[in-house]
Design a protein around this ligand. Structure first.
Ligand code: NAD
Length: 495
C-alpha cells in the first residue's frame, strides 16, 4: 500500500482498550479523533472509566507479583523487546500513517520517528541485560555488601500527543527492560499507535497483565493512575500544569515520579557564529513538528551586532517553509493539533503585537479551512515580561531578544521557569563550553539542535521536570535500589 497517496481512510478506525491480555470494548462513550490536517474523523477510542483503570492496575499488580515478566531471565526479556523492534520496522508505514493522521505531522517525519523508535526498542533491549547491581567487599572479612536493582513494580505511563510513538518508545521498553508491569494512558488525541504496540507485544507472547492500555481522558484515567495506592511509579510526560497536579496526587502514597514537562528553550547566537548554519538550525528548531515540540527553540537570543543579518536570513528561509497537507511530499510543517490549541497560539500572537513586539514574519492562520494551520511567525523587540516571552506557546512562534555581553546572554537564556533544552551557535570552542556549563537545562546543543540518540538521557531542570528518560540513567530510573549486607563471620554480641 502506498501510504504517501493514501490520504484519509475511507473507514473510521474504532480502537479497543487492552487490559489483562484481552481487547476490551463495551458500549460506553467514545472519543472521536479528527485529522487536524483534513478535518474529518479518522479514529475513535473508548473513553476509559475508573473500572477500566482499576482492572488494568489489578492485572498489572497480579502479573508483577506472580513474576510473569519480572522474574523472567533478562535475556528472554531482551529477546522479546528486540523482536518488538523488528515488528515496528515491519509495520513502519502503517504506524507512520496513523501517526500522521492523528498528529498532523509530515509523513516523512513520521517515518523517521518510527525508525527512531526501532532504535530505542533495540537499545532498551540491551539495557535489560545491562542493568546490574554492585558488591562491596570492603567491610572486612566478616561482611559483604550488595546493591540490588529491582523493578519498581507497577508503573503508570501517561503520554502526550506530540510524538505518540516516539515518546512511548523512549519510556515503555525501558520500563519493561527491568521487569516492571505497566498501565499506559496515551493522549486521547493520538492513541492508535500505542494500541498497535499492545497488539505487537501481545502477538509476541507478552504475558497477560504486564502491559495494559487504557484510553481516554486525563480524568479519570490519568488521575486514577496518579492517585492509586497500588501504582508504585508514574512516568508522566506533558504540560507543567498537569505535572504539578501529578506531584500533588502522587504524594498520597509517596509514589515515585518521573516528570518530563514543558520548555521555553533559548537559542543563543554569538557574533562569531556561522550565520547560514545558525539560521537553518533556528528555522528547523521552531518549525519542526509545527513548533509543538517540548525542545523547540522558541527564544532567539542574538548579539545586537548580527541581529539584522540573522533575521534577514531566517525570514528568507521561512519563505521556503511549506505548510500544508502532511501527506504531500516536500511539506515541512503540518497543522496544529486541534482548534483549541490553534486559537490559543493565535491569541498569543495577537498579544505579541499588542504588547509591543514587532511582527517580522507570519502571524496568521493559513492553508485549507478544514485544517488548523498557522504560519511560522517571528517577533522582534520582545521584552522579558511579555506573554510570548514567558509562556510555552507550543506553536511555530519565535521571539527575538538581543544582548551585548555574554553575561547578559546567559542571564536571558536562564530567565525562565523552565530548563529543558538550549542551543548555542558559535565557532569558538571556549565560548561553546562556557555556555554549555552555564545554561541550566537538561539538554544543550552546540552548533546543532533537536538531535540525540537512545544513549543520551533526556529531561529537565527547574519546572521542566524530574528524573531522566533514555540512556542507562533512563533504564535505572525504573528500578528500586536495595542495599543488603550479609554477615559472614562470628557475630560480636551486642548484649
Ligand atoms: P497535557 O499535560 O495536556 O497532557 C499530557 C497527558 O496527560 C495526556 O495523556 C492527558 O490526557 C493527560 N492528563 C491531562 N490531565 C490529566 C490529569 N489531571 N491527570 C493525569 N493525566 C492527565 O500535555 P499535552 O498537551 O498532551 O502535551 C503537550 C505538553 O507536553 C507540552 O507542555 C510539552 O512541552 C510537554 N512535553 C514534554 C516533553 C518532555 O520530554 N519534556 C515531551 C513532549 C511533550
Amino acid at each position: 500500500m502506498n501510504y504517501w497517496v493514501k490520504g484519509v481512510p475511507t473507514e473510521v478506525l474504532h480502537n479497543k482498550q487492552f487490559i489483562d491480555g484481552s481487547w476490551v470494548s463495551d458500549d460506553g462513550d467514545r472519543f472521536v479523533r479528527d485529522s487536524p490536517a483534513h478535518g474529518v474523523p479518522v479514529s475513535t477510542i473508548q473513553i476509559g472509566r475508573s473500572d477500566h483503570v482499576e482492572n488494568a492496575i489489578t492485572a498489572a499488580r497480579s502479573s508483577f507479583e506472580k513474576g510473569a515478566w519480572s522474574k523472567v531471565p533478562a535475556a528472554d526479556r531482551a529477546e522479546l523487546l528486540r523482536k518488538a523492534a523488528s515488528k515496528i520496522a515491519d509495520r513502519r508505514e502503517e504506524l507512520a500513517y496513523w501517526e500522521t493522521l492523528e498528529t498532523g505531522k509530515p509523513y516523512q517525519q513520521s517515518l523517521n520517528e518510527v525508525d527512531g523508535s526501532v532504535e530505542l526498542w533495540n537499545y532498551a533491549a540491551g539495557q535489560a541485560q545491562t542493568i546490574h547491581g554492585e558488591t562491596f567487599d570492603n567491610f572486612g572479612d566478616g561482611s559483604l555488601g550488595f546493591v540490588l536493582r529491582e523493578p519498581v513494580g507497577v508503573v503508570g505511563l501517561i503520554t502526550p500527543w506530540n510524538f505518540p510513538l516516539f515518546i512511548l518508545s523512549e519510556r515503555l521498553p525501558f520500563i519493561l527492560a527491568s521487569g516492571n508491569s505497566v498501565v499506559v494512558k496515551p493522549s486521547e488525541f493520538t492513541s492508535t499507535t500505542t494500541i498497535t504496540m499492545a497488539e505487537i507485544l501481545n502477538d509476541l507472547g507478552m504475558p497477560n497483565g504486564v502491559l495494559n492500555v487504557v484510553t481516554g481522558f486525563g480524568d479519570p484515567v490519568g488521575s486514577t493512575l496518579l492517585e492509586h495506592e497500588d501504582v508504585d511509579m508514574v512516568s508522566f510526560t506533558g504540560s507543567t500544569r498537569v505535572g504539578q497536579i501529578a506531584m500533588k496526587a502522587a504524594a498520597k502514597n509517596i509514589k515515585k515520579l518521573s516528570l518530563e514537562l514543558g520548555g521555553k528553550n533559548p537559542v543563543v547566537v554569538l557574533p562569531d557564529a556561522d550565520l547560514d548554519k545558525a539560521a537553518d538550525g533556528i528555522v528547523y528548531g521552531i518549525c519542526f513538528n509545527a513548533g509543538q515540540c517540548c525542545v523547540s527553540g522558541s527564544r532567539l537570543i542574538v548579539h545586537e551586532s548580527i541581529k539584522d543579518a540573522l533575521i534577514e536570513k531566517i525570514v528568507a528561509l521561512l519563505k521556503n517553509v511549506r505548510v500544508g497537507d502532511p501527506f504531500e511530499p516536500g511539506v515541512h510543517m503540518g497543522p496544529i493539533v486541534n482548534s483549541q490549541q490553534m486559537n490559543r497560539i493565535l491569541d498569543l500572537i495577537a498579544s505579541g503585537s499588542n504588547q509591543g513586539g514587532k511582527l517580522v514574519h507570519g502571524g496568521n492562520r493559513t492553508g485549507s479551512e478544514l485544517g488548523h494551520f498557522v504560519e511560522p511567525t517571528v517577533f522582534c523587540n520582545v521584552e522579558e515580561d511579555m506573554w510570548i516571552a514567558k509562556e510555552e506557546i507550543f506553536g511555530p512562534v519565535l521571539s527575538v531578544f538581543t544582548f551585548e555581553s555574554e553575561d547578559e546572554a546567559i542571564h536571558l537564556a536562564n530567565a525562565t521557569e523552565f530548563g529543558l533544552s538550549a542551543t548555542v551557535w558559535t565557532q569558538g570552542l571556549d565560548t561553546g563550553f562556557k555556555f554549555m556549563r552555564k545554561i541550566k537545562a537538561g539538554r544543550v546543543w552546540v552548533n546543532t539542535t533537536i538531535t540525540g540518540g537512545p544513549e543520551m538521557p533526556i529531561g529537565g531542570y527547574k519546572q521542566s521536570g524530574l528524573g531522566r528518560e533514555t540512556g542507562l540513567v533512563g533504564a535505572i530510573e525504573y528500578t528500586e535500589t536495595k542495599s543488603a549486607i550479609v554477615d559472614l563471620g562470628d557475630r560480636k554480641s551486642w548484649v
